[in-house]
Each structure stands twice: as C-alpha cells, then as structure tokens.
Design a protein around this ligand. Structure first.
Ligand SMILES: O=C(O)CCC(=O)C(=O)O
Ligand SMILES: [Fe+2]
Length: 340
C-alpha cells in the first residue's frame, strides 16, 4: 500500500518580522534577510518591516498633520470632496467608499504625486486622468508638506525593499526599475475609522487586495487589521510600534505568475466610538507601465495568477488601478468616466 503523506503546515498565528537594515549587513545577514523575505512573500504575503530608517520625527509630523486634518470642521473636509476630482483625489466621507459591494465605515483623504491634470485625448487610455493635482486644506500647509515628504521617503524605502525581495526570489534586483522611471503613480491615503457604524456594522474596509507592487502601512496602536489565511480564516495583526505592515499587491502576483500572491486583507471597525487611524502608502509604477513576466528561476513552475472574473488582474498598471478606483468610488466614476 502506498503511504499517505499528509502536509502539516502549522496555522499562521503571527506575521513574520523583516529587518531591512540587514541589507547593509554582512553577507550572512543578507542571506538570512533573503531567506526570511522569500518565506514571508511566498507563505503569507504580509510582514512587519523594521530597520527601514524612517524616523519617529518624520512619522510624528505626518500623524499630527493627519489628526489636525480630521479635526477640521466637516464642511472644510467636504470642501475637498473627491466627487469633484477626476483623479480620485481628495476627501471621501464616511460610508461613501465601497468594497465588495458594501459601504466601508471610514473617511479618508486620497493623495498622489502633485502633477498637472492629464486629461486623455481621444485614443489615449482613460487611466491618464488619474494624474492631476491634489486637493489640500487651505489652513493646514503642514499637511501638504508632510504628505509629499512621505511619498518621497517611502518611495526610497519601498524601492530598496523591492530590490531585496527580487533578489530573494532569484531575480535581478533592478528588473522592474524601468517601470518606475518617470512619474511613478504612488498613492497615499490618510484614513480614519470612526468606530462601528450606527447600524452596528463592522466593515471598516472590506476584504480586498491592493493594486500595485507593495503597500507600506503605518498604523496607530488600535487593532483592526486582519489578513486572510489560505484556509479562508482571518488572522488579527496586532500593531507593532515603529514597524510598517507590508503586503504584496496584485502586480507582483501578475509579474510572478502567482509565485507571489497578493493577499486579501480587511479592517474590522473598532468597537463603539473608538477611532483608529492608518496611512497606507501604495508603491506603484508608472500608469502606462506594462508589467512583463519576471525572469526568475521559479517562473516555470509558478501556479498562475488568481483568475477571478469579479476581479481581473491587468498587467498595465493604469488599467489595474482604474479598475479598483471605479469600483471603490462609483459616484466619481459616473461623473467623469464613461462606465461600460
Ligand atoms: O487601514 C488599514 O489598516 C488597512 C487599509 C487598507 O488595506 C487599504 O486602504 O488598502
Ligand atoms: Fe489594502
């Protein structure tokens, strides 16, 4: 009789911790970093990142400007409504964003690189309209300064991290550098979860994948983030002070033909009137970057990217991002984009 081999993969109970400063360490330390990154990126697709070099002062400048923003009178926040922005920039009031067809109980300010409006000409892809100016509150100059600094600073961290991750899976570290040359379409959200909804709903943000390469998430001390395990159950991610929570986005899944997976995650509303604040930074390539299949040793036995008719994955980044924004902000999509 043939012997049955049963797999004994233990249930994941905590996210791994990756120390990026080991990239500047001894060859042995670099080997450990690459082995740990390889494992984290192929097993759960999420990890805590320490040793990233972003200082407590830089973080405090961003978070205090964010708190000042959410403390503005509602009329001042609504003056920046993203309903007036074909670039999906500006303020979304609580309950207006949708994930999985349901309202998310959070309000937020969407920010991107400060660029002139790119209104697509006939024949140009619609996604070019994602490029354009931000909307800033007039009386809070420190918000603009801190947020634009954060976009630049996290670009550096994410670039180093992507290089280490590509090295870890046997690829050339600079394989995707051309996709980021010019104007990469990085994105930042300042998010507040204002407790549970009046109807008692718990969807802070519904389960979803992020659209780009990597997300570096800053959270406060309030729990709520959950990561989906392969068996469909969700793991609580407790806050780790000073660390970013990092996850892989859909483009890395496309790039590696599913060897790396974008992992579903969600936020459960904090109980009662407790608030939670977070700042996801999305490390994205140029809108017109076509993500070529990664040349790496596992390319020939990768399982294939997820085929979900409800969420097609596009290798042209602008299409992938516009898909997500139109789904999350249907009112903006109706106003500015001809929806097919
Ligand atoms: O707020 C969080 O902790 C996560 C937010 C998130 O996943 C997103 O906005 O894509
Ligand atoms: Fe996300």
């Amino acid at each position: 009789m043939s012997q049955q081999h049963t797999s004994t993969v233990p249930t994941l109970t905590a996210l791994p911790v990756i120390d990026l400063s080991a990239a500047d360490g001894t060859p042995e330390e670099q080997d450990v970093l690459h082995a740990e990154l390889h494992r984290a990126a192929t097993e759960v697709g999420f990890f805590h990142l320490v040793g990233h070099g972003v200082t407590a002062e830089e973080t405090a400048r961003l978070t205090s400007a964010m708190h000042a923003f959410f403390a503005l009178p509602e009329a001042d926040r609504l003056a920046l409504s993203n309903l007036n922005s074909p670039h999906f920039r500006g303020y979304t009031r609580t309950g207006a964003e949708r994930t999985g067809g349901r309202s998310d109980w959070r309000d937020q300010l969407d920010i991107g690189p400060e660029l002139p409006e790119h209104r697509p000409d006939d024949g140009e892809p619609a996604y070019w309209w994602l490029e354009g100016p931000n909307q800033w509150p007039a009386n809070l100059p420190q918000l603009r300064e801190a947020a634009l600094h954060w976009l630049d600073r996290l670009d550096e961290v994410a670039r180093r991290l992507l290089h280490e991750l590509l090295t870890a899976i046997g690829a050339r570290p600079d394989f995707y550098d051309p996709a980021f040359a010019g104007h990469p379409a990085h994105h930042l959200k300042l998010v507040r979860y204002p407790g549970s909804s009046p109807e008692g709903g718990t969807q802070g943000v519904g389960a979803h994948k992020d659209y780009g390469f990597l997300t570096l998430l800053l959270t406060d001390g309030v729990p709520g983030l959950q990561v989906e395990r392969p068996d469909g159950s969700f793991l609580d991610v407790p806050p780790m002070p000073g660390a970013f929570v990092v996850n892989l986005g859909e483009l890395l899944e496309v790039a590696t033909d599913g060897y790396l997976k974008a992992t579903n995650h969600r936020v459960v509303s904090p109980p009662g009137a407790r608030e939670r604040y977070s700042v996801p930074f999305f490390y994205n390539p140029r809108l017109d970057a076509q993500i070529a299949p990664l040349d790496f040793p596992h390319a020939h036995h990768a399982p294939g990217a997820t085929a979900d008719p409800a969420n097609p994955l596009f290798a042209e980044f602008g299409r992938n991002e516009l898909k997500g924004y139109q789904r999350a902000h249907p009112e903006v999509a109706r106003r500015f984009y001809a929806m097919s």
